[in-house]
Design a protein around this ligand. Structure first.
Ligand SMILES: Cc1cc2nc3c(=O)[nH]c(=O)nc-3n(C[C@H](O)[C@H](O)[C@H](O)COP(=O)(O)O)c2cc1C
Length: 178
């Protein structure tokens, strides 16, 4: 990717992956991106669980009845957990780290998708966070914000159409009702 703007225009959520593995070097770069993400007061409250095992990916994809399908066929997924005792903007810190991983993946030509876990429920009405914590042995004091699935793209997505951006949401100087 030539520059950050081109990367942002071309990054789309990718929900279908080939069965090709992602190289350990690329997995490492994606995790490096997470670990370099900015956090409030540099508290770095996150924890990342990397899952490559196919059976575990399948079970993680059942963390909610819909919207988690991409995890099942991903080359790997990163579960983003975070410690709210360390900082109050923990959701923001975890979210930025997840986004950083997605941007690094895009730069490597890989696809990724954010799967929302926080505030969601399994088909049996169990909080998705608890389901994921139990599966992976994550302490219950560490809420799971999301799972990011990664893999080689098996679908084409159109780049973002910059002529259709919602400029009415940008207010210059002060709030302007539209
Ligand atoms: C907070 C958040 C939660 C999301 N949850 C899901 C999800 O559970 N499942 C899914 O397939 N995509 C999920 N997405 C991806 C969005 O659907 C996607 O980013 C949005 O439709 C815009 O498409 P794009 O990423 O291709 O530009 C989520 C994205 C964000 C930022």
């Amino acid at each position: 990717m030539e520059n950050i703007h081109e990367l942002l225009v071309n990054r789309r959520s990718i929900r279908r992956y080939t069965q090709d593995e992602v190289s350990p070097e690329d997995v490492r770069l994606i995790l490096e991106a997470a670990l370099m993400a900015p956090t409030s007061k540099s508290s770095r409250p996150w924890q990342f669980v990397v899952v490559e095992d196919k059976e575990m990916l399948e079970r993680l994809s059942q963390c909610k009845p819909s919207g988690a399908m991409p995890i099942a066929k991903a080359a790997f997924a990163v579960v983003v957990a975070v410690d709210p005792a360390l900082t109050d903007p923990w959701i923001e810190d975890a979210s930025i780290a997840a986004s950083y991983m997605q941007l690094q993946a895009a730069d490597l030509g890989l696809g990724s998708c954010w799967i929302q876990v926080r505030g969601r429920f399994t088909a049996d009405n169990m909080p998705s966070e608890e389901y994921v914590q139990e599966l992976l042995g994550i302490p219950e004091t560490l809420p799971v914000v999301c799972i990011v699935s990664f893999g080689h793209k098996d679908e084409e997505r159109r780049p973002c159409d910059t002529s259709k951006l919602l400029w009415e949401k940008v207010h210059i100087g002060s709030w302007k009702e539209v």
